[in-house]
Write a protein that binds this ligand. Sequence first.
Ligand code: AMP
Length: 551
Amino acid sequence: MLGQMMDIPLSISTLIVHADRYHGDTEIVSRMVEGPSADNGRDIVKGIHRYTYRDAHRRARKLANVIRANGVEFGDRVATLAWNGYRHFELYYGISGIGAVMHTVNPRLHPEQVAWIVNHAEDKLMFFDLTFAPVVEKIAALCPTVKAWIAMCDRKHMPSIKVDNLLCYEDVLESASDSFDWPVFDERSAACLCYTSGTTGNPKGVLYSHRSTLLHAMASIQPDVFGMSGRETVLPIVPMFHVNAWGIAYSAPMVGAKLVFPGPGLDGASVCELFEQEQVTLSAGVPTVWLGVLQYLQQSGKKPTSLKRMVCGGSAVPPALMRSYEQDYGIKIHQAWGMTEMSPLGTYGSLKKKHDALSPEEQFAIEVKQGRAIYGVDLKIVDGEGNELPRDGKVSGDLLVRGQWIIDSYFRLEKSPLVDGWFPTGDVGTLDPDGYLQITDRSKDVIKSGGEWISSIDLENLAMSHPAVAMAAVIGVYHPKWDERPLLVVVKKPGTELTAAELIKFYDGKIAKWWTPDDVQFIDALPLGATGKVQKNKLREHYKDYKLPGA
Ligand code: AMP
């Protein structure tokens, strides 16, 4: 017997309809890509665009008409190459709302990779921010499926590039009707496509559905997760071009939170200016971004007045970073763990009631973990033979996940990555009896010394707690006796003095002696990938013939 309740499909268009109807006057504020002098005719602050969910919905309907008029049909892919901003937000709804697939392309990739991805997805249209006009000029001739290239600006700012079928976003919107009824279709239909930043081989496409996107957004707003409400002002630094800004472009309209988009201004000064100007209460980004913001705050002596919580994830969050924000600025960092293949949220760091009885240090020891499973995601760790390992917080193993917003198979790849219905994450970690996950490494980053494993993340976190260290990465390098030994690669804070011997001594008593890095290399900057993560494969390549002392 079936239940007798309404069977209304979960669809992305319902979010913007809801936000328009029930939070119609809530603001969306964006730093404009056109630059600080761009006058939008409305806001008193130049270079800042300000409108409401109602306005965004109206323009998303116009966009839906434009996209259809350009020959896009149900299931077709439409690409974006854009920063976090109001036009990108409109595209999120205009494209998915008609049943087409919004394909967010990471503009930090090499143009050749961008072209490869666009061709693999067979994108029909490409919307791009002005910053990426040079990329478009390079790839246009290589992407035959793209029928039109639409510059996200007004006529005045059109880029002078030689590209066939170049259109102006504001022009095409201007002439389009704002009358559009969002179609109703199967909630399992594809809504958005994002390619993994994969360090080896070709990128792989993750195809989210309307259902997975809505369920993920609903889960993310819970009090123990982002804790998002209509009283919040949210600034996603995490890009809309990578895993949908961790769902914030969907969860904010769901609760009616004010949205603030940083555009291309991701440096500490620009971000902090928006925090203050718009009185932001919640923000989200990867550790490298928060390190940059922290350096700016320390150098400028400024203190955010409204910001209370930050979500941080994408790579391990150094405990020293969490401590600095909490102690010096009263801002709590919550660690999140997930993947492109997981929409991306899997776990979130928040305490339980019973933890009230713990000392601040004991609480901190829990908060530095990657968090506990969000309802909708199940986790387990297994040994090399696939046998489940105990959840005792000690034994570490390969981490597997399953859930309603987790990948089943990659776009246009036949072989499913699943193992008995579980997705192998490629991460290694422990699970404790309360379900808190601690990632010790990516399986390929683990250092295998004399048959035992050393966690590169633990060594990096310790290095990062040294006052003279700005960034640190640990890789395994060849050792004739132990196979691999840890090499610590460090970027010093400007104006500090530090020797390799001092840093190695710093590990004394903090870690098992045999885990101590064998050597330290100081460099000017760590190689960062397209999503702000340290590219350890590049470091490994660079140091592949490195001779450790005593080796
Ligand atoms: P991506 O698909 O590019 O978002 O990368 C996902 C990978 O980033 C995960 O498999 C982890 O290796 C890593 N990652 C994400 N969040 C965290 C975190 N909080 N701590 C440690 N590693 C993380």
